[in-house]
Design a protein around this ligand. Structure first.
Ligand code: URP
Ligand code: ZN
Ligand code: ZN
Length: 460
């Protein structure tokens, strides 16, 4: 008689700290045992392959409402398919608040859309208008509901908050035990640079990088850390783009400030020069902070190795190139300040990090697992249910062919977007099967995703 519902047999299991050969026995969607010669009603052969915890992408924008009323083109369904295709089994997207409105104006709607997710998800809440009611009533309600991380923007016209508002969010978070994630760029500096470039008629996508050089990010990072230090509230810094900014974080960590930070694949493999591409194609690479220069990636890898940056997320943004709600929502040739920021990357994240990190000898296998699964799960209150392989945890697994060579194309991403910024990029290492809570949801690129089968995860 079979002991288990499903056995993943003969693979090399990798966790944050160990690499060992074992069968994995699964019952009721959870890992029940790790051992040898386990028997199951169903068996998936993983001999010669790595078995990793399913990826946890702790920063991705899915079906998000924007201040102009547009909604990102990637839905929870399509994003879930794309995540599964790339080996990610948990996502943390954002419900948004807009100025002049309470959080409640959009939260229920957003949660209803998220209910269509085929994979498990937690939620962040964007705070753009921290009124007394938001701070004293709505944030406590979020915490009660299991939404424990808040994102604030120090830039972007419709979203940014000033230093006093930021201090008030930090203070509320401290009282309630919430996490505060920060987008660090200097709003006024970017406005000043943008006005000057527009006055010169330099409207093209490449100007985007010129409005926000590294110092603009470094200043805001320093300020965010200093204010968090003043309040005594830990913060998590999103999308660090270069070593110079990571050094600011390392200095704070060395003096004991509780600050953690992530980077994203775009800062490891894209550069500002990509935004020079003709016929509006530069917009395909436009995100904030901007991708930096060739050579900057090594500074990030050094910060990753040092532990200064301990999460790598995709910062996936579902804006198409040619669609009416995408990059050229304001018309092809609109000036760079009117092009939505953000690029898609859910499916490419794990493969790019594996290839650039593990295969190129910059990090080891355990470090790869920590960056892509364990640390984001820990940082956002989902561990140990997510982010590891151990008895009692959710059976979210990815079977990984460490030798498979793949050239990234848009169709491999399996998203609803008409391009990938990583088109033509060669990787070694690719997911060959994904298992989400004990269900085989991808084999050799074929995704079977049932809308609504993902669960909302309460952060602890
Ligand atoms: O350009 C980016 N990163 N867009 C997404 C929103 C954000 O700032 O994370
Ligand atoms: Zn951001
Ligand atoms: Zn983002």
């Amino acid at each position: 008689m079979s002991e288990f519902d499903l056995v993943v047999r003969g693979g090399t299991v990798v966790t944050a700290s160990d690499v060992f050969k074992a069968d994995i026995g699964i019952i009721g969607g959870r890992i029940a045992a790790l051992g040898l010669d386990l028997t199951g009603q169903d068996v998936i052969e993983a001999e010669g392959k790595l078995v990793l915890p399913g990826g946890v992408d702790s920063h991705c924008h899915i079906e998000q409402l924007e201040a102009d009323g547009s909604i990102h083109e990637e839905t929870f369904e399509t994003a879930g398919i794309s995540a599964i295709a790339g080996g990610t089994t948990t996502v943390i997207p954002f419900s948004a608040q807009f100025k002049g409105e309470p959080i409640s104006a959009h939260l229920d709607d957003y949660r209803a859309r998220a209910g269509r997710s085929p994979i498990d998800y937690a939620l962040h809440q964007i705070i753009t208008d921290p009124t007394d009611c938001v701070l004293d009533k709505e944030i406590p309600q979020l915490i009660e509901a299991g939404i424990r991380s808040l994102k604030v923007f120090l830039t972007y016209d419709p979203l940014h908050i000033d230093d006093r508002q930021f201090l008030r969010v930090l203070e509320a978070a401290k009282q309630l035990g919430a996490t505060v994630c920060v987008h660090c760029e200097n709003y006024e500096a970017i406005r000043w640079r943008s006005e000057a470039l527009l006055a010169e008629g330099r409207i093209e996508p490449a100007s985007h990088a010129l409005t926000r050089p590294k110092v603009v990010e470094r200043e805001a990072t320093y300020r965010a850390i200093a204010l968090a230090e003043l309040v005594g509230q830990p913060i998590h810094i999103f999308h660090v783009s270069c070593g110079e900014v990571a050094e600011e974080i390392a200095r704070a960590q060395r003096r004991g400030v509780k600050v953690t930070a992530e980077t994203c694949p775009q800062y490891l493999v894209l550069t500002a020069a990509d935004m020079d591409r003709p016929n509006g194609e530069g917009a395909k690479f436009m995100c904030s902070p901007s991708p930096r220069d060739a050579g900057d990636a090594e500074g990030l890898w050094a910060a990753i190795r040092a532990g200064t940056l301990d999460v790598i997320s995709s910062d996936h943004c579902g804006y198409s190139f040619a669609g009416t709600r995408g990059k050229w929502i304001n018309g092809l040739g609109a000036d760079f300040t009117r092009i939505p920021n953000g690029i898609p990357g859910l499916a490419a994240r794990m493969a790019i990090i594996f290839s650039e990190g593990v295969v190129k000898g910059r990090i080891d296998l355990n470090h790869f697992v920590r960056l892509t699964a364990t640390n984001p799960a820990k940082r956002f209150g989902l561990y140990p249910r997510k982010g590891t392989i151990a008895p009692g945890t959710d059976a979210d697994l990815v079977i990984w062919d460490a030798e498979k060579r793949v050239t990234l194309t848009n169709s491999l991403m399996q998203h609803a977007i008409d391009y990938t910024p990583y088109e033509g990029f060669d990787v070694t290492g690719w997911p060959v099967a994904t298992i989400a809570r004990g269900r085989l949801v991808m084999t050799e690129g074929k995704v079977v995703a049932t809308p609504g089968s993902g669960s909302f995860l309460k952060a602890s």
